[in-house]
Design a protein around this ligand. Structure first.
Ligand SMILES: Cc1cc2nc3c(=O)[nH]c(=O)nc-3n(C[C@H](O)[C@H](O)[C@H](O)COP(=O)(O)OP(=O)(O)OC[C@H]3O[C@@H](n4cnc5c(N)ncnc54)[C@H](O)[C@@H]3O)c2cc1C
Length: 399
């Protein structure tokens, strides 16, 4: 990986800096999927898409910018947006978990129909993988979809469905071939959330806000062409989508952005007339976290480089989720600590995502969930050790 900027890269860097100078004040604080995008989010997303600072390599006919993959361009965009503290765009489940497998495995018609409106934020997706009896063991999904004429009839229950209370579509994992072996009997269906028979019951997390849901599906009917790949190919889709979900959850640019905010906070806040940045205990914690943030950033560039050359990233990619979600939590823990008393008052009903003090508290609580969501840290460690490092497989309990 050559990290020297060519003239083309220097030009891009200058172009983004000029863009941020002119439009940076229009950025929302968050690019994530913790709330339904509002007008400010959607407008910012449009500005990023028009300039290729989001969906840069997605083909133009699917609403992207159509650029050739370039590891340094990707890194420059992420770096400049992070350093300026502006949003990298709508990093929601649709853009990061549904779009990549659809581009990889969906038909042209499906890409044309769903990708452009997902990129702009017009369509919000939720992910229906987990069930009461299948979380870590996702392939054990029992929600059934049976073909009747030209429709699937779906019955079952999903749980922990983030955003289902305001999503337009669900990317639903279900069992279509009950006779086939566990991993070969699954399919992914695209289900409009307004379809008759879907009931969404919000679940309140420790942030005291309803962030995910129980979703009940009773005789829900969708046309048979609302399937990604073929019946029984669901596990192939799951592997592709999980890979992107894990990269999203551990995204190092989010950590870089958080680090920058904490650095600012520590430079501007004082205890007994001494800046927090000059306080040895806090400074030490910050320096250790800076090393981890930079390690994550360079690891990510190595990963992008592997992916762009068409090779499989394997265990290199798996490390991102494990390391990144723990690091996010350590960063928000430092922020809550340095806020001191100011970090304590919290009223979930009056929360503004733009209120820096309250947001750190939400991050601190929500980040614990992300160490679990998308595959727990224990499961990541199992996969990294068994498939990546070739260690002996975990013993399967006797039947
Ligand atoms: C904030 C958040 C958002 C989420 N959003 C979504 C969403 O949008 N859509 C969706 O479908 N799901 C979502 N989930 C669900 C998430 O994917 C599951 O919680 C996760 O996969 C773990 O499954 P489980 O909760 O059933 O725990 P279980 O699988 O029951 O695991 C319980 C405990 O046992 C451990 N364990 C299990 N098996 C092993 C093993 N083989 N070796 C070692 N330890 C093991 C686990 O690490 C864990 O600590 C979300 C979860 C969270 C926390």
């Amino acid at each position: 990986m050559d990290l020297t900027y060519s003239t083309k890269h220097q030009k891009l860097q200058h172009e983004i800096r000029t863009f941020i100078e002119k439009y940076g004040h229009l950025s929302p604080r968050f690019g994530g999927g913790r709330k339904k995008p509002d007008e400010k989010d959607l407008h910012w997303q449009k500005l990023l898409l028009e300039r290729g600072y989001f969906a840069r390599t997605v083909p133009v006919e699917y609403g992207g910018f159509g650029a050739e993959p370039d590891v340094l361009e990707t890194a420059i965009i992420a770096n400049e947006l992070s350093l300026a503290g502006v949003s990298p765009g709508l990093l929601n489940q649709g853009n990061l978990i549904v779009v990549p497998p659809m581009l990889e495995l969906g038909t042209q018609e499906q890409c044309k129909e769903w990708v452009p409106r997902t990129l702009t934020g017009e369509i919000i997706w939720c992910i229906g993988n987990s069930e009461p009896g299948s979380g870590s063991d996702m392939a054990n999904a029992q929600t059934k979809a049976v073909v009747e004429g030209d429709e699937f009839v779906i019955n079952g229950q999903k749980i922990w469905t983030s955003s289902a209370h305001y999503a337009d579509m669900m990317f639903l994992l279900c069992r279509t071939e009950p006779e086939a072996p566990k991993h070969k009997g699954l399919s992914y269906l695209m289900v409009p959330m307004t379809t008759k028979g879907i009931e969404v019951r919000p679940l309140v997390t420790m942030t005291e806000r309803p962030e995910f849901n129980e979703t009940f599906l009773t005789d829900v009917r969708v046309p048979t062409d609302q399937i990604v790949m073929q019946r029984g190919d669901g596990w192939k889709v799951a592997i592709s989508s999980l890979k992107h979900e894990r990269l999203m959850l551990g995204d190092p640019n989010k950590q870089l952005q958080r680090f920058q905010s904490i650095l600012k906070l520590m430079r501007e806040s004082e205890i007994n007339g001494k800046r927090l940045i000059d306080h040895p205990a806090y400074r030490d914690r910050l320096a250790k976290l800076q090393a981890e943030v930079l390690a994550a950033k360079f690891h990510n560039m190595r990963l992008t480089s592997i992916e762009n050359s068409g090779r499989e990233s394997g265990v290199t990619g798996l490390v991102v989720k494990y390391f990144g979600t723990l690091l996010n939590h350590k960063l928000s823990a430092l922020a809550v600590d340095i806020l001191g008393e100011a970090g304590l008052p919290y009223d979930p009903h009056e929360v503004a995502e733009d209120d820096i003090q309250t947001t750190w508290q939400i991050d601190y609580m929500y980040d614990i969930g992300l160490i679990i969501g998308g595959g727990t840290s224990q499961i990541q460690k199992n996969i990294i050790s068994e498939r990546g490092l070739g260690m002996p497989k975990e013993k399967v309990p006797a039947k």
